[in-house]
Write a protein that binds this ligand. Structure first.
Ligand code: ADP
Length: 397
């Protein structure tokens, strides 16, 4: 089946056309600056690359049209006609408590997606716009599927998702832990079971998705039972620019001292904090590694603080599940930084996790990175959210 995977943001749209039969990417790319002017990027194996060329995109519809035109282009396209696209899979950030799995999109689903907008006011409207644009350009006969970042975590028990706030805020306002990166955590947990040659239902896994945004998930028997992100993706670990968890009392203190309103405060927590805020150097872990090597102590502190945060979640989730069979490292940092993986796992020998420094000296490829006698396995597993979306879409379409 040929599935077009769409990840629509407010002014950007990432796409991939995948063949689910052989799990190959036929073409992929990006539309940027939608609603401003428009830039188009397209890459397909063995074809000419289009790299950020000007293409007018007043709305997401023109962006989708540009994608389709490129896919069917005589010289550089990968399909003969639009009719070859069997289905479209959309990444949707927030499914609230309504969606515990992927769904085929119809009128009722669209209404439920609209109802989730207050939970993700920046992301969901863009996702909905992407769906509408595809419906307009491809017509009603091509099945469209929504795959949610939150769905995988809907198996969390109340003890993991309830905030210690007056209970009416949960009942009336749906304030609870939702968790994100679900598609990634689900994908790597399935790959971990395959790598270990054991049924997923029998495994206790801790999945560390460590990128620009980061989250750790406890996965017991294939189900998410706890995760570090919360009501919003601002919670949990310190990240590239996000603070992660902190004492809410700090907000009142800083807002009072610097006369900030809540918007300004949240802007600081979302965009100026995390490892960027601590280091004053960069949100990018590669820059921080280099700066640390050159003696920048705040850069080194920022990386240490992040690694320490991940280690604490591993310990907490091992306790929550009463054990752990494997720890999974994925996403930008998890896949590419042997140093940070070692630092995170150091000190966890007491619970049976022994890293193999030689096996760990690898990037971006499925590998067991613990020693053969390590009771708890450490696994490097590159994530593939687009493939997961395509497979879910194919199954539902
Ligand atoms: P996003 O959350 O934006 O999808 P990614 O999963 O792509 O993020 O991760 C981006 C992060 O991965 C950046 O901080 C980048 O520095 C880090 N990263 C990529 N390659 C390396 C590397 N070789 N060593 C350390 N960090 C890396």
């Amino acid at each position: 089946m040929k599935v077009l995977v769409i990840n629509a943001g407010s002014s950007s749209l990432k796409y991939q056309l995948l063949d689910t039969a052989n799990q190959q990417v036929l073409a992929k790319g990006l539309c940027e600056r939608i609603g401003i002017d428009g830039k188009f990027t397209y890459k397909a194996p063995g074809k000419d690359t289009i790299d950020a060329v000007d293409a007018p995109m007043p709305t997401h519809s023109e962006a989708i049209q540009a994608v389709l035109d490129a896919l069917v282009d005589k010289a550089n396209g990968v399909i003969a006609s639009m009719g070859e696209i069997d289905a479209v899979g959309h990444r949707v950030v927030h499914g609230g408590e309504t969606f515990a799995g992927s769904v085929r999109i119809d009128g009722q689903v669209m209404a439920a997606l609209e109802a989730c907008i207050p939970l993700a006011p920046l992301h969901n409207p863009a996702n909905i716009t992407g769906i509408r644009a595809c419906q307009a350009v491809l017509g009603p006969d091509v099945p469209q599927v929504a795959v949610f970042d939150t769905a995988f975590h809907q198996t969390m028990p109340p003890v993991a998702y309830t905030y210690p706030l007056p209970y009416e805020y949960y009942e009336k306002d749906k304030v609870r832990r939702y968790g994100f990166h679900g598609t990634s955590h689900k994908y790597v947990s399935q790959r971990a079971a395959a790598m270990l040659g054991k049924p997923l239902e029998s495994l206790k896994l801790i999945s560390c998705h460590l990128g620009n945004g980061s989250s750790v998930t406890a996965i017991d028997g294939g189900k998410s039972v706890d995760t570090s992100m919360g009501f919003t993706p601002l919670a949990g670990l310190p990240m590239g620019t996000r603070s992660g968890d902190l004492d809410a009392g700090i907000l009142e203190y800083l807002m009072g001292r610097y006369n900030l309103d809540i918007r300004e405060m949240l802007d600081i927590l979302n965009k100026k904090s995390g490892v960027l805020g601590v280091s004053g150097v960069s949100s990018d872990f590669r820059d921080l590694g280099l700066a640390g090597e050159q003696g920048n102590r705040r850069a080194a502190l920022a990386v240490d603080l992040f690694n320490y945060g991940v280690k604490k979640y591993i310990g907490a989730y091992a306790a929550a599940m009463g054990g752990v069979d494997a720890v999974i490292f994925t996403a930008g940092v998890g896949e590419n930084s042997p140093e940070q993986r070692l630092a995170i796992a150091s000190g966890l020998e007491f619970m049976g996790l022994k890293m193999d420094p030689e096996a760990n000296n690898v990037r971006g490829k499925e590998t067991v990175i613990s020693t053969p006698d390590s009771k708890v396995k450490a696994l490097l597993i590159p994530t593939n959210e687009e493939l997961m979306i395509a497979l879910d879409t194919a199954a539902l379409a």
